[in-house]
Design a protein around this ligand. Sequence first.
Ligand code: GDP
Ligand code: ZN
Length: 314
Amino acid sequence: MRSGWPPNLVIRGYGQYYDVLTPEGVLRCVVRGSLKRERRKTDLVAVGDRVEVRRVAPGEGVIEAVAPRTRALSRRARGAEDAEQVIVANLDQLVAVFAVAQPEPSLPMLDRFLVIAEAQEIPAVVCVNKIDLDDGAKRRLFDPYRRAGYRVVETSALTGAGLEELWSCLAGKLSALAGPSGVGKSSLVKAFRPDLDIRIGELSEATGRGRHTTTVTSLIQLDEQTFIADTPGIGTLGLWGVESSELDRCFPEFRPYLGACYYADCRHLAEPGCAVRAAVESGAIDAGRYASYQGLLEQLMEEERAEGWRRSRR
Ligand code: GDP
Ligand code: ZN
């Protein structure tokens, strides 16, 4: 992690309390009163924050200061810049985990995760697990993501294949795992920390389905400097405030074409002279990725229309 930062890391939050990992162990902390009045537009303290703490009793402390965040994975309300809920602060990357089979990979869901990451400028990696079940063809489904510039790591938590490569991608970083249940997220984490008794995302399945307020993020420590954020809500949420006009930029392989459309505000649907559609037709852009773009764009435009309608009635 970055030098010059306080070593103490917020690993869990519940209401007024935060568990802070310090060199002397975990302290249950509250936030200093005067600090609460400082920041407003975002959560004051979030899981993943580096903080200064003062120990006040055995196992108890007070968060005195919060280090500036590099970035954050957050839930934003569209058009409301003053309202964001930070899911994980200082997140280094999002790892989208899918299986080649059992369950069959949902590429539209993968595309949605990647759009969320791109929109929030969080680097993304694709992990294709259960590679032991591949008949040779399934892994090819992920070729368009390699061509789009994403790192794709193939793993098997069962046989151990690819785990070294996955580790090289996780080591020293704070990563969030996102993916449908059953793809092997917990198995991968357990492969690195066999001593832990964990069920990734268990909480979301038990209590948090779609209920944003009850999802609790916590950090799992794999080694001194390596952490995994268990973010139960991540799989169930929509697009977190992405604007329809910025969606095209969230597909990295579209970017070389974006300035070349006839209309400056081209949405790459049926407009004449669309460079993105021409690239789809020539095979330079994958047709499945483009179909995901269309699907997500429709969804965002629909939401924006509904919002405009609600606003006009106020
Ligand atoms: P999660 O819901 O994403 O955390 O998935 P789990 O780690 O609980 O795994 C779901 C099921 O898939 C379990 O029965 C695992 O034993 C199995 N599983 C996990 N990884 C692999 C793998 O690489 N290959 C195979 N064949 N099965 C796996
Ligand atoms: Zn266009």
